[in-house]
Design a protein around this ligand. Structure first.
Ligand code: SF4
Length: 335
């Protein structure tokens, strides 16, 4: 049974900010052996430029009509930086910035584009209030000291251009010493490395040992310190009215891996997820609730609606959207 009656997160509960998670394409120039087959493909799957630009315009307008002037954009793929219209999309978002609103961006990338491309990216996001790159280190491709130096130099270039950078790596069995060297290498430049344990079907791979998990935990503790300094928070109110602040969504899931069926949830009104086939959905956990398509048009909810998903709400992007059990606990005015 769900132990909570309300869950909030910063900045989505505190500010009029909406979230758009956008999987622009599944095309990726890499084909890592451990990457899930559905997460990448070699065939290019891009739409035409107008489809993307009209979608940006519609997303900003509809969020604004719902009361959210500011939008947090999270781009992921595939490898979005190889979408020929990605920088045009960023330009279009910049067009939506006025002196009364702000845009923020989080981009997950393998960082394989050239330094010149990253300079163009830095210029394209210059007016964004917050910009962050999650650079995934893929050992099957970054397989020599020279390539590793190039990877690091791009991160330094981005940081010099006011883009926050974090490296993501996955620890596979038997690779602990390599990971330690990698973390040390980036830490020398004050670049934080988020290490995750390799999983298959949400379960850690056989072969990961106690020292592997100890190392992951140490890295996670460092991340917690970072989160605290960024004043990010996730706060749950329990059924007995006590509250608890969590440092990560993994912690929330460990405490309460549950469905929020019939709760009021701001997803669909304050947040959307766009899939590579153009589908605009309420979220990832509630992918079945389709709001339309960027190819044919889409309509966000005009007011906060109840969750209709019986399965647990497990995706970070979904979980971070404010939700409450009934109107006695509401965070917003519900029509
Ligand atoms: S499944 Fe969707 S609607 Fe339900 S709580 Fe999660 S994000 Fe909200």
């Amino acid at each position: 049974m769900n132990k909570f009656k309300k869950i909030e997160s910063y900045p989505f509960s505190a500010k009029s900010i909406a979230n758009c998670t956008w999987i622009m394409n599944r095309y990726c120039n890499y084909s890592c052996s451990y990457c899930w087959p559905h997460a990448h493909q070699q065939k290019k799957d891009f739409f035409d430029e107008d489809t993307y630009l009209l979608a940006v315009y519609s997303i900003i307008s509809q969020f604004k009509n719902n009361g959210y002037d500011n939008v947090w954009w999270s781009f992921t793929g595939g490898e979005v930086t190889f979408n020929p219209w990605f920088l045009s999309v960023l330009d279009e978002i910049t067009q939506g910035i006025t002196n009364k609103n702000k845009m923020a961006i989080n981009l997950t990338t393998n960082l394989s584009q050239s330094e010149k491309w990253w300079l163009n990216f830095s210029a394209a996001v210059d007016k964004f209030a917050h910009k962050k790159i999650n650079a995934s280190w893929h050992g099957e491709y970054i397989n020599s000291p020279d390539k590793l130096d190039k990877f690091k130099n791009k991160l330094l270039l981005l940081r010099d251009n006011n883009v926050n950078v974090v490296v993501n790596t996955v620890l596979t069995p038997g690779k602990l010493e390599e990971q330690k060297r990698l973390v040390e290498y980036f830490n020398k430049e004050d670049i934080y490395v988020l290490v995750k344990g390799a999983r298959g079907n949400y379960i850690f791979l056989d072969g990961l040992e106690k020292q592997d998990f100890d190392f992951i935990k140490t890295q996670a503790t460092l991340q917690e310190k970072q989160l605290i300094s960024r004043k990010g928070y996730i706060e749950a109110t329990y059924l007995n009215d006590t509250t608890k602040r969590f440092k990560s969504y993994e912690e929330v899931l460990a405490e309460n891996y549950e469905s929020y069926d019939s709760w009021y949830c701001t997803a669909g009104h304050q947040a959307i997820t766009i899939f590579e086939n153009g589908d605009v959905c309420r979220g990832r956990s509630c992918k079945k609730e389709k709001l339309g398509s960027i190819l044919t048009g889409f309509n966000l909810f005009k007011s906060v609606e109840r969750c209709r998903t019986k399965n647990p709400c497990t995706c970070t992007g979904d979980l971070k959207m404010p939700k409450w059990r009934d109107n006695g606990n509401n965070l917003f005015k519900v029509g």
